[in-house]
Design a protein around this ligand. Structure first.
Ligand code: SAH
Length: 184
C-alpha cells in the first residue's frame, strides 16, 4: 500500500513524510504513524468487521482492509466520499463499503462491529458508537481534553467503556449534524 496513491498530486512529493497533508474540504490525510498506532491498538484480525469514521482519502480504511475481513467507512463530505469510493475501487479493495453520512451516529445497518476507529476529534464516545460495538470490542479515537487532544482506547465491558490514554495527537474536529450531543 502506497500513501502517494491517497495524496493529491501537488503533495505527492511529501507523501513519505510523517505529517498530515491537506486533501481538500478542510480534511487531511492523517499522519501515518497515528494511523498505524490506531490500527495496532484496535487489535483486530482477519475475522473482524470494523467501522472507520471519517473516510477522508480512504488511507486508513485501506490499511484496515488489509488486516480485517470487512471495513465499513463513513464520510460526511460528499466530494470526499465519491473520491475515496472511486479510489478504493480502482485500487482493488473489495472488502470496503464506503458510506456517505454522519458517522457520529455510527452506521447501524452493518452493526455490530469488532472495532471502531474515529479519525476526527470528539468530546466523547457517542451512545450510538457504544451500542454498535461488540462486547470486548475496542474503539480508538482522539478526545478533547482542556486545550489538547488525547488518543483514547475504549474497551466495551457490559454497559461500560474502560478508557486507556495513549498520548497526544492532532486531528480535525468531528462535525456533528445535530446540536443535542449525547455521550455514552
Ligand atoms: N481516515 C482519513 C482521515 C481523514 S480526516 C484518512 O486516512 O485519510 C477526518 C475526516 O473525517 C474528514 O474527511 C472529515 O470530513 C470527516 N468527518 C468529520 N466529521 C465527520 C462525521 N460526523 N462523519 C463522518 N465523517 C466526518
Amino acid at each position: 500500500m502506497k500513501r502517494e496513491d491517497f495524496v493529491p498530486d501537488k503533495y505527492k512529493h511529501m507523501a513519505n513524510m510523517d505529517i498530515p497533508l491537506p486533501i481538500g474540504h478542510g480534511a487531511t490525510i492523517s499522519q501515518p504513524s497515528f494511523v498505524e498506532q490506531m490500527c495496532n491498538l484496535l487489535q483486530v484480525d482477519s475475522n473482524s468487521k470494523v467501522l472507520d469514521i471519517g473516510t477522508g482519502s480512504g488511507y486508513q480504511a485501506a490499511l484496515l482492509a488489509e488486516r480485517c475481513k470487512e471495513v465499513v467507512t463513513i464520510e460526511r463530505v460528499y466530494e470526499l466520499y465519491i473520491e475515496a469510493k472511486e479510489r478504493l475501487e480502482r485500487l482493488g479493495y473489495s472488502n470496503i463499503k464506503v458510506i456517505y453520512g454522519d458517522g457520529s451516529k455510527g452506521y447501524k445497518k452493518e452493526a455490530p462491529y469488532d472495532g471502531i476507529i474515529v479519525a476526527a476529534t470528539t468530546d466523547g464516545i457517542t451512545k450510538e458508537w457504544k451500542e454498535q460495538l461488540k462486547e470486548g470490542g475496542r474503539i480508538i479515537y482522539p478526545e478533547y481534553r482542556e486545550g489538547h487532544e488525547v488518543l483514547v482506547e475504549g474497551i466495551k465491558k457490559g454497559n461500560d467503556i474502560i478508557k486507556i490514554d495513549h498520548g497526544y495527537v492532532k486531528f480535525v474536529p468531528l462535525i456533528r449534524e445535530e446540536e443535542n450531543e449525547e455521550y455514552a
